[in-house]
Design a protein around this ligand. Structure first.
Ligand code: SF4
Length: 235
């Protein structure tokens, strides 16, 4: 594997006095995969269709909330053909607790119709095709590409973006720019692994408010960009 060295970041005093950017990223990744499983999925699913629907429902809610409604949803509508023929009000009733349920129900049915009509009821395996499906943006498409097809994907959600900002791997809050910045720094074969483990790190320690820097196994490698309140270690 080969990391890219980014000159603009390497001028920062933190990196000049510590280790080079590529060594730093390799060490961070090594520690991340020692602590988190890159293949872990917080959403429950049994096949590509179920993951596509689950990930579209996960917008603006928790994975746990989605996992509570999908067993009944998939029992009633187990495949694209069944979901495409569903009454919107029946889907709305089941997914109500995930929020934005009218829009999400519309997207579930719309996605199922496209799968049935254009993709032989199969979930496509390219970013270009996936983002044409209602309710599926680049983040959701990346989740499907990684978990279902084992393809490299940079999956930028709020947790990943925050960790990447604090590690000085991107100074942007824009998901598209973060994706580009990270793609220049990290070799493609590690995109998914970085995505999943940095996401889990954001959930576990690098919280939006009060990140647990004093307990963090990346502390010696992290410039903590934008961090104001470091929480004391939990004893
Ligand atoms: S040291 Fe703090 S800011 Fe850096 S990754 Fe760890 S928790 Fe996040």
């Amino acid at each position: 594997m080969a990391y890219s060295t980014v000159k603009s970041f390497s001028r920062q005093p933190f990196f000049d006095t510590l280790i080079s950017m590529d060594s730093r990223l390799a060490t961070i990744h090594q520690r991340l995969i020692e602590h988190y499983d890159p293949n872990a999925s917080l959403l429950h699913y049994r096949n590509a269709f179920e993951l596509l629907i689950a990930v579209s429902l996960s917008a603006q809610t928790t994975d746990n909330q989605v996992n509570q409604v999908t067993p009944l949803l998939f029992e009633r509508f187990p495949d694209p053909h069944a979901m495409a023929a569903a009454e919107q009000k029946d889907v709305e009733e089941i997914i109500h607790s995930t929020g934005f349920y009218k829009n999400k129900a519309k997207n579930c049915i719309g996605a199922a119709k496209i799968l049935a009509e254009r993709f032989s009821a199969k979930v496509p395996h390219t970013m270009e095709e996936l983002v044409q499906i209602p309710g599926i943006g680049r983040k959701s498409a990346g989740v499907i590409l990684h978990h279902i097809y084992g393809q490299p994907a940079i999956i930028v959600d709020t947790h990943f973006g925050r960790v990447i900002n604090r590690l000085a791997m991107s100074s942007s809050k824009n998901p598209g720019i973060i994706e580009k910045d990270v793609s220049r720094l990290i070799p493609p074969e590690l995109w998914s692994s970085w995505s999943m483990t940095a996401n889990l790190h954001g959930r576990a320690l690098c919280h939006a408010r009060n990140p647990q820097c004093n307990s963090c196994f990346l502390q010696d490698l992290c410039p903590k960009i934008g961090v104001k309140n470091e929480t004391e270690p939990v004893l």
